[in-house]
Design a protein around this ligand. Structure first.
Ligand SMILES: Nc1ncnc2c1ncn2[C@@H]1O[C@H](COP(=O)(O)OP(=O)(O)O)[C@@H](O)[C@H]1O
Ligand SMILES: [Mg+2]
Length: 354
């Protein structure tokens, strides 16, 4: 059982607030992704957990014990970095065995553990190779093996695949997920790639400028963004600003009811939550074929938005179309989500959507 509690963790670097009051509780065996743009503090959080960086304030509890005062080698954590930094003059076996030798395990025990972990990452038979004789993906597998062989309670991965090509990243991601499940390893995986986070994580922590914006399952993060930032950062999202007066805003002829004070709101519409046949008219500027569906750029009320339609729908640039809004999210002046729903079109009177 290994739980990790990050309690009001902050880090300032001479004037820069890199991490501010981050709070996350991670369950035993859970895989959590820290997701956010470059510079938002993801690596700093990870490095504090591993012990490479000392927090300005806050606690890091592993199974109830605060590890902040412990040096990295006394913490039950293992870290895999973006650049694997294997020892180039050592074979795969020697790279993986290195940490076990430091722990003064017997030769037989080392052999057995290395064999087991190389099997786990699919590198049996590569023991005698040098890193220079391996592909980038294989090198990263060695880096994972070198970490996992030490049986950490908490596995920390900092953008481990960001230097690899897209196809390989997807495969390694699936392999890491399988290994993590098999070993039941509590894992924090840092990425700036939202697709990677959404496909890999049990829960996603979205960060922005050192703070946590939202913590939730991938589906909750996607479907119910808590802030305008999360809405814009995850997936493709159209965000249109409108005045809300008396709890109502207008998007073309569609009325949106908002539960919140009057003011300027950002209305967020997913391309797949818009369909053809409604009263919000616009002109098609661009048609992009994306295999299973088409993405349209449509100019409506002087803004250009993205609309997803089935690939069977025949549409040409210059066509006038009408849009129907199925789902909408509203964000107030502070960027916080407020309950909102499509209230009806102006011509057809009130047409409530459940
Ligand atoms: N050792 C350091 N000294 C000074 N500033 C740092 C140091 N490490 C990180 N920072 C700053 O802290 C912020 C967060 O960095 P980082 O955690 O690396 O972000 P991320 O991993 O999300 O890209 C950035 O503004 C970065 O410049
Ligand atoms: Mg980083």
């Amino acid at each position: 059982m290994s739980e990790l509690v990050i309690d009001r963790l902050s880090k300032h670097f001479s004037g820069t607030r890199a991490v501010a009051d981050v709070e996350v509780a991670i369950d035993d065996g859970e895989l959590v992704c820290l997701l956010g743009p470059s510079g938002c503090g993801k690596s700093t959080v990870l490095r504090m957990i591993a012990g490479f960086e000392r927090p300005t304030s806050g606690r890091i509890l592993i199974d109830g014990e605060d590890v902040v005062a412990l040096p990295p080698d006394r913490r039950p954590t293992g870290m895999v970095f973006q650049s694997h930094a294997l020892w180039s003059h050592m074979t795969v076996f020697q790279n993986v065995a290195f940490g076990l030798k430091l722990r003064r395990l017997s030769r037989a025990a080392i052999r057995e553990k290395v064999a087991g972990v190389l099997d786990l990452v699919g590198l049996t038979g590569f023991e005698a190779r040098y890193p220079g004789q391996l592909s980038g993906g294989q090198q990263q597998r060695v880096a994972i093996a070198r970490c996992v062989v030490l049986e950490p309670k908490i596995l920390l991965m900092d953008e481990p695949f960001s230097a690899l090509d897209a196809h390989l990243r997807v495969r390694l991601r699936e392999e890491v997920r399988a290994i993590q499940r098999r070993l039941g390893l509590t894992t924090i995986f840092v990425t700036h790639d939202q697709e990677e986070a959404l496909t890999l994580a049990d829960r996603v922590v979205v960060m922005r400028s050192g703070t946590v914006e939202q913590i939730g399952s991938p589906s909750a993060i996607y479907a119910e963004p808590a802030t305008r930032f999360v809405a814009g950062f995850i997936g493709t999202m159209n965000i249109i600003e409108r005045q809300v007066t008396g709890g109502l805003a207008k998007l073309g002829d569609t009325r949106i009811a908002v539960d919140g004070p009057d003011g300027i709101y950002g209305f967020a519409l997913r391309p797949e939550d818009l369909s053809l046949g409604g009263a919000w008219s616009g002109e098609v500027q661009r048609v992009l074929d994306l295999g299973a569906f088409r993405m349209l750029d449509v100019t409506v009320s002087s803004e250009t938005i993205k609309v997803q339609v089935d690939k069977s729908v025949r549409i040409l640039v210059g066509d006038e179309i009408g849009l129907d809004i199925h789902e909408v999210a509203a964000f107030d002046g502070e960027g916080r989500a407020r309950p909102a729903r499509v209230h009806g079109t102006i011509e057809s009177g009130v047409r409530l959507h459940a």
